[in-house]
Design a protein around this ligand. Structure first.
Ligand code: LRH
Ligand code: MN
Length: 397
C-alpha cells in the first residue's frame, strides 16, 4: 500500500468544482419537483455552494451556466463568491434552450442561427474575463433525428468553424473544454457524440482545446477509464463532469450507481500523475493543457440539494483515496510477471479498503468535522434556508 502521508497530502489538495445548477429545481421531462429552500438567485446558489465548501474543504469553486446564472455584474458576483470563500470556476455555455436552435446551434444549416449561437459563446468569454474563470465549457445538444435530415460532414465543418472563432477570442490563459454525449436530445446523430469526435475537433482547434468526460454520456458498457487513459496519453483531458447512472444520462450522485467505475477512472488519473493540481505540487506531466477540472454535473431531482452535493463530494474523496492506495510497484511487478490474478488483487485490495477512517483523520487534521454530511445536517442551515427563502422564483432549468 502507498505510504499514508502522501495519500493524505493528495487528499488535502483535492479540488472538486460544484455546478450552480445542482442547487436549483431539476427533474425530467415528466416533472421538475419543487423543493423548499431552493435558491432564487445566483447569489443564493453561491451561498449553498459555500456550505459544501465549509463542511468538506475540497470544493473551493462553483461553475456557472449562462444564462441560468445571468447577472448584470459578473465582477460583483465573483467578489460575492470570494467573500464566501469561493471562486467562480468553469463557465458553461447554453445554446440548447432557444427555439432558434431547433435544428442545432453552431451546426445549424442556417448561418443566421449559427451566428447567434457563436455570439452567445463569445458572451461567455466576456463573462470569463469578468469572473477570472479559466475554462469555457461547451456542450452542444446539436444533432439530427432522422437519416438524411442534414449533412453529417457539413455539420462537422460548421462546428469546427465555430470552435475556431471562439478559440480565437480566448485569452492566453483561457481554455476551451469540449464535452461529448452519445445521444439526447438528438436521437439519430449527435454532432459531438464521443471522445473521438471531441478529440479530433480539439486537435484541429488548438492546444488549449481539451476534452471533458461526463461520466453519464456513454453508451452502456463503454469502458470510460480506457477513454480517460487515452485522453491523458494524448495530453487532452481537460476535465470531468462527474455523476452516475444506471441507464442513460441520469445525472445521479457520482459514485452512487457504480463506485467501482469511479475508482477505476480515478486510478487512471493517479497513474498519470494528474490528480494533484500544479499549485499543490502536482507535476502536470500528462496535462500540458493545464490541470484537470474535476467538476460535478448532477441533478438532485428528489433529494435535498446541499446534502446531496456534500455526499457526492465525499464519494469522490472515497474513490480518490482508494485509487491513491494502489501500490504502483506491486502492480507493475505483477503485470510484468503476467500474474493476472496478482495484478487484479493489488487493485482490489485498494478498492476494498475502508478509507472512511483515513478521510475522517484528514478532515480533523484540517479542522473539519470528520463526517461533513452529519455535521451539515446538524448545522441548522437546511431549516434556515427553508424558512428564509419564501417567495420569489426558485431557480430551475
Ligand atoms: C448535458 C450536460 C452539460 C450541461 C448540462 C447541464 O447533458 O451534461 O454538461 O451543460 O448537462
Ligand atoms: Mn455534463
Amino acid at each position: 500500500m502507498q505510504e499514508v502521508a502522501s495519500v493524505k497530502a493528495a487528499l488535502k489538495a483535492q479540488q472538486i468544482e460544484l455546478p450552480s445548477w445542482a442547487f436549483a429545481n431539476t427533474g425530467t421531462r415528466f416533472k421538475v419537483f419543487a423543493q423548499p429552500g431552493v435558491p432564487r438567485t445566483p447569489l443564493e446558489k453561491i451561498d449553498d455552494a459555500a456550505q459544501v465548501q465549509r463542511f468538506t474543504g475540497v470544493a473551493p469553486s462553483v461553475a456557472l451556466h449562462i444564462p441560468w446564472d445571468k447577472v448584470s455584474d459578473y465582477g460583483g458576483l465573483a467578489k460575492y463568491a470570494a467573500d464566501a470563500g469561493l471562486s467562480i470556476g468553469t463557465i458553461n455555455a447554453n445554446v440548447f434552450q432557444d427555439d432558434d436552435y431547433r435544428l442545432g446551434s453552431v451546426a445549424n444549416p442556417d448561418p443566421r442561427v449559427r451566428g447567434k449561437a457563436i455570439g452567445a459563446l463569445l458572451e461567455c468569454v466576456d463573462v470569463m474575463d469578468a469572473t477570472g474563470s479559466r475554462d469555457l465549457k461547451l456542450w452542444f445538444a446539436d444533432g439530427t433525428n432522422y437519416p438524411g435530415q442534414d449533412d453529417i460532414r457539413g455539420r462537422q465543418d460548421r462546428l469546427a468553424e465555430a470552435l475556431a472563432q471562439v478559440y480565437e477570442r480566448l485569452g492566453p490563459d483561457q481554455r476551451m473544454l469540449l464535452e461529448y454525449k452519445f445521444f439526447e436530445p438528438a436521437f439519430y446523430t449527435t454532432d459531438v457524440p464521443d471522445w473521438g469526435t471531441a478529440l479530433t475537433q480539439c486537435l484541429a482547434t488548438g492546444d488549449r482545446a481539451l476534452v471533458v468526460v461526463d461520466t453519464g454520456h456513454h453508451a452502456p458498457g463503454v469502458n470510460i477509464e480506457f477513454i480517460v487513459a487515452m485522453l491523458l496519453r494524448a495530453g487532452r483531458l481537460g476535465g470531468f463532469d462527474f455523476n452516475s447512472r444506471f441507464y442513460a444520462d441520469d445525472d445521479l450522485m457520482v459514485g452512487a450507481a457504480d463506485p467501482f467505475q469511479l475508482f477505476r477512472i480515478l486510478r487512471e488519473v493517479v497513474r498519470a500523475g494528474a490528480l494533484v493540481p500544479r499549485d499543490a505540487g502536482g507535476t502536470g506531466e500528462s496535462t500540458p493543457g493545464g490541470d484537470i477540472a474535476f467538476m460535478l454535473d448532477q441533478c438532485h431531482n428528489i433529494e435535498p440539494k446541499i446534502p446531496g452535493q456534500i455526499r457526492s463530494v465525499m464519494n469522490v474523496q472515497e474513490a480518490t483515496a482508494k485509487a491513491l492506495l494502489v501500490d504502483p510497484d506491486a502492480l507493475a511487478a505483477a503485470q510484468q510477471a503476467g500474474d493476472v490474478l496478482g495484478a487484479n488483487a493489488v487493485l482490489m485490495d485498494a478498492y476494498n479498503t475502508d478509507v472512511r477512517p483515513l478521510l475522517a483523520e484528514v478532515r480533523q487534521e484540517v479542522g473539519l468535522d470528520p463526517d461533513p454530511y452529519r455535521a451539515y445536517l446538524a448545522s441548522g442551515n437546511q431549516e434556515r434556508i427553508i424558512a428564509d427563502r419564501v417567495g420569489g422564483t426558485p431557480a430551475s432549468w
